[in-house]
Ligand binder design. Structure first.
Ligand code: SAH
Length: 478
């Protein structure tokens, strides 16, 4: 059975005070501006699993300390998605230790600070400041050493104090809980990101089901420090709750994108591709051809997989025959742009019920994609490593299994007709491949045969007698 930590934790006595952050340089009360929480009152906030409170046990010019306290509702937890034996949710350590709840609370209560924003003291956001962090009940399934291994490479001086399992029974040994103090000169946003990622890594018990969204979170909050951490693989593995495929994907992205912001790079490359193809308004022709194929199929509920910035969706929403439209993409940034472009914020309830934008990866089986009439992959497959294509095929044709699937992709043979495209280059630097007509035919025939679809192929854009059309489309029907 899980055990409660003893209540003798030295630096902070209230067992529910799970984290204090102290700025130790005058004027220390600037901490209030950095955290967007004024030191002169208590700040409380409802979270999905209880309440978070922030208050300042000390606020002088020399030292200013913010304390985060969580009131976790164990009964609410029991009713929620928590899994385990029927009693376990009622009798567990969650309300008393720094756990993944704490990460969620940090993200929600200190979100602006973690994002490096301060309205009152913007000049301090990028400054390395002397902080002292105290975690009176940090579970470490991996002992004291693991705490050091994780925090010391990030520049923290670490002191830990182990707690015996039960004070009167010394021979029972130590509990997995430690009082930990971390000191360093760091940016506050980095400090919060370190805690956000590493606390659940130490605790190893996530209270919510780990999904692919977690990869995005890990990459976002690990930005700037995780790729260089000597234990990055271990961290990714534990953070993603030992789900091998997620960990591999995260590591692939971690190591592949040592560039600053993959989304920004993607945006730049989109612009380059648009410039190459623009003279023939190919993008409009593509949308027109896909719309025609969808209308011909009679589909009403449609998935736009790899919807990007919503070029196709903005066309679909104007046609009432589409009663439900779901756009999915891995890129959160593209989805934000799509939402803006579609004015998702101004939609009424009915419109909102008709259009959904969801984040997800096409290489993982996803129950949200089942039961639709048609799916579109417009200029998407060439963005995947060829080795990942079989995973996508199964996700789309075996699990989501709509009656109609429309796929478009560049025709590599046509590239010689683009004047601005240097020979041998792809249209978009993010393309992992561009296929000839024969290659696309071989792939689409293979997929159709394997998953029980009929396929026909159609040209899109100007048709050249020698090299074919600029874009190629395959329409699969079951
Ligand atoms: N269909 C859109 C966007 C094409 S660009 C249009 O034609 O305008 C390719 C898109 O595929 C990008 O938005 C990229 O983020 C997305 N993508 C790449 N790999 C993906 C994956 N594994 N899962 C979901 N989307 C992916």
């Amino acid at each position: 059975m899980p055990r409660l930590p003893p209540r003798t934790a030295a630096p902070c006595h209230n067992p529910r005070v799970l984290l204090t952050i102290t700025l130790t340089k005058p004027p220390a009360t600037d901490l209030g501006y950095l955290l967007h929480k004024s030191p002169d009152r208590v700040h409380s906030r409802e979270l999905a699993f209880g309440q978070a409170h922030v208050f300042y046990p000390e606020a002088t010019a020399e030292r200013c300390t913010a304390a985060l306290l969580l009131d976790i509702d164990p009964v609410g937890l029991a009713r929620g998605r928590h899994q385990g034996s029927s009693l376990e949710p009622y009798v567990n350590d969650r309300p008393y230790v720094a756990s993944s709840f704490m990460s969620v609370a940090i993200g929600q209560v200190f979100g602006s600070a973690m994002g490096g924003r301060s309205t009152g003291r913007p000049e301090l956001v990028d400054e390395l400041l002397p902080f002292e962090v105290c975690l009176p009940a940090l579970p470490s399934r991996g002992g004291e050493n693991l705490i050091r291994r994780l925090f010391e490479p990030l520049g923290y001086a670490v002191t830990t104090e182990a707690h015996p399992l039960a004070e009167s029974f010394a021979d029972w040994g130590n509990s997995p809980y430690y009082s930990v103090t971390l000191t360093a000169n760091v940016k506050l946003s980095d400090l919060l990101s370190h805690l956000y990622v590493l606390i659940p890594v130490l605790d190893e018990k996530k209270h919510y089901w780990v999904t692919e969204d977690e990869i995005a979170k890990l990459l976002r909050h690990g930005e700037g420090w995780l790729p260089a951490h000597p234990d990055r693989e271990f961290i990714a593995n534990r953070y993603l709750a030992r789900q091998g495929s997620l960990t591999r994907e995260a590591l692939r992205q971690l190591t592949a994108d040592e560039e600053p912001d993959p989304d920004e790079v993607e945006a730049e490359r989109d612009a380059e591709e648009a410039a190459v193809e623009k003279p023939m308004r190919l993008s409009d022709e593509r949308v027109g051809a896909v719309m025609a194929a969808l209308r011909a199929s009679g589909a009403a509920r449609v998935l736009d997989l790899g919807c990007g910035e919503g070029r196709l969706i903005s066309e679909m929403v104007t046609d009432r025959t589409f009663t439900e439209i779901v756009g999915m993409d891995v890129s959160a940034r593209s989805l934000e742009i799509a939402a803006r472009r579609l004015h998702a914020d101004r939609m009424n309830e009915r419109q909102r019920a008709r259009l959904k934008l969801i984040q997800g990866s096409l290489t993982y089986r996803d129950a949200r994609l089942a039961g639709y009439d048609a799916a579109v992959l417009m200029e998407v497959i060439e963005h995947l490593e060829p080795g990942r294509l079989p995973a996508l095929e199964r996700v789309v044709f075996e699990f989501a299994k709509p009656a109609t699937v429309v796929v478009t992709t560049p025709n590599a043979e046509f590239n010689v007709r683009f004047e601005s495209l240097p020979e041998g280059r792809f249209r978009h630097r993010d393309h992992r491949f561009e296929w000839t007509r024969d290659e696309f035919a071989a792939w689409s025939d293979g997929v159709a045969a394997k998953f029980g679809y009929e396929v026909r192929r159609l040209p899109i854009g100007p048709l050249d007698p020698v090299v074919g059309s600029a874009t190629q489309m395959a329409v699969f029907e079951r």
